[in-house]
Design a protein around this ligand. Structure first.
Ligand SMILES: *Cc1c(COP(=O)(O)O)cnc(C)c1O
Length: 406
């Protein structure tokens, strides 16, 4: 690696710091290019990408199917607005409806947050129509950063500085079906849940939680909204994480992995809820953009054609089993499913592990102080995993030096 201080990464980071709002801090690297499961920084250092742009780069980098679809669509027509429809958005909507395998209607947005805004507006409309005044969401849940999505985001530290919010939201501990049953009455408009907490630490709920949540919503008439923005599109080995429990939500939101790196979000409303919005109730200039729709179609078709759901299951298991088999004293356990895992540490040293992995040519993410998130592209192979597993002990040793903290 180049000496820090006189390299392109350093130079770009300084310019970034001067030009950008400080909301992200300054990221450690400037990435210049990628191919498959590898990315290269502006100084020419290559990294094995085990975070995939936060579970976004489903097909890895520079996948031929994505290049072809996006290139063709930009060269044909890049934008129509919602004043006109386009065939790629229809093909994509039809494909998603076929995958969910239940009658539904689609709205396309440009991000996860916006997909949730659509779901929230549906919930508010449903609530107003039926005299239901509040929404229930999970402590530690994450649904986005706009004021609407933020109002249902459970982490007080990121929500409260921007409150109060116009929506009455009540938070319950995630994974506790009894607490959920106590909070949801016939006055509740909707329950928003992730099938596994994503930003909250890749924390799966106890078995049966989603089934219980579905039953509670059925009993009270509250809408059951599943935020699958991070968990869907093959990440856990099925198209949607809720398929592991065989529950069908009333509303489903998608984004991250759907566009394989192109920005697209989707909100699906099932059954009669598919026609809750009347003409004029919602919209987006870029939503249903044909380039993003073509990209998403390429992602879905490639997942199908290349057996990437089975790959996520098999390679994800190899990865989780491999981490456990290291029996490293710094590791408390592994959470998650498929290619969506958290390495849980005994101590709050995840930032050190992330940095040590990066120094050894691997990108991962210090998601929580004691948890390192792995979300490699769905095209990742056993060989890539073996490379990761070979590098992990040294990175853990660097973060947890024998004899205690440095
Ligand atoms: C990332 C994420 C969001 C927000 O999506 P953006 O595209 O960043 O707006 C919402 N919900 C979940 C579960 C997410 O993981």
């Amino acid at each position: 690696m180049n000496a820090p201080g006189n390299d392109q990464n350093h130079f770009l980071r300084e310019r970034y710091e001067a030009a950008f709002m400080p909301n992200y801090g300054v990221p450690p690297l400037a990435l210049a290019s990628g191919s498959g499961c590898h990315v290269t920084d502006v100084d020419g250092n290559a990294y094995l990408d085990f975070i995939g742009g936060i579970a976004v780069s489903s097909l890895g980098h520079a996948h031929p199917a994505l290049i072809k679809a996006v290139g063709y669509q930009v060269a044909t027509i890049a934008h129509t607005s919602n004043l006109f429809l386009n065939e790629p958005e229809i093909l994509l909507a039809e494909k998603l409806l076929a995958l969910v395998d239940a009658p539904a209607r689609v709205f396309f947005a440009n991000s996860g947050t916006e997909a949730n805004e659509c779901a929230l507006k549906l919930a508010v409309k449903y609530g107003k129509t039926n005299g239901r005044g509040y929404i229930v969401a999970a402590e530690d849940g994450f649904h986005g950063r706009t004021l609407g999505a933020l109002s249902i985001t459970g982490k007080a530290a990121i929500r409260e500085p921007f409150g109060p919010f116009p929506i009455d939201v009540r938070f319950v501990p995630y994974g506790d079906a009894e607490a959920l049953a106590a909070a949801v009455t016939t006055d509740c408009a909707a329950v928003f849940l992730e099938p596994t907490l994503g930003e909250g630490g890749v924390v799966p709920p106890p078995d049966g939680y989603l089934t219980a949540a579905r039953a509670i919503c059925d009993e009270t008439g509250a809408l059951f909204v599943l935020d699958e923005i991070q968990s869907a599109i093959g990440r856990t080995g099925t198209w949607f994480a809720h398929q592991h429990e065989n529950v069908v939500p009333d509303i489903l939101t998608l984004a991250k992995g759907l566009g394989g790196g192109m920005p697209i979000g989707a909100c699906l409303a099932f059954g009669e809820h598919g026609t809750l919005f009347a003409k004029g109730d919602h919209g987006s200039t870029f939503g249903g953009n044909p380039v993003c729709a073509a990209a998403a179609l390429a992602v879905l078709d490639t997942i199908d054609a290349d057996g990437l759901l089975a790959n996520a299951t098999a390679v994800g298991k190899h990865l989780a089993d491999g981490i456990r088999a290291l029996n490293h004293p710094a590791v408390k356990g592994v959470r998650g499913r498929g290619l969506w895992l958290a390495i849980v540490l005994h101590d709050d040293r995840s930032a050190d592990v992330e940095a040590a992995l990066r120094d050894n040519g691997i990108l991962a993410n210090a998601l929580r102080p004691n948890a390192v998130r792995l979300a490699p592209p769905l095209v990742v192979t056993r060989d890539h995993v073996d490379t990761f597993l070979a590098a992990l002990p040294a990175a853990l040793d660097a973060a947890f030096p024998p004899g205690g903290r440095p």
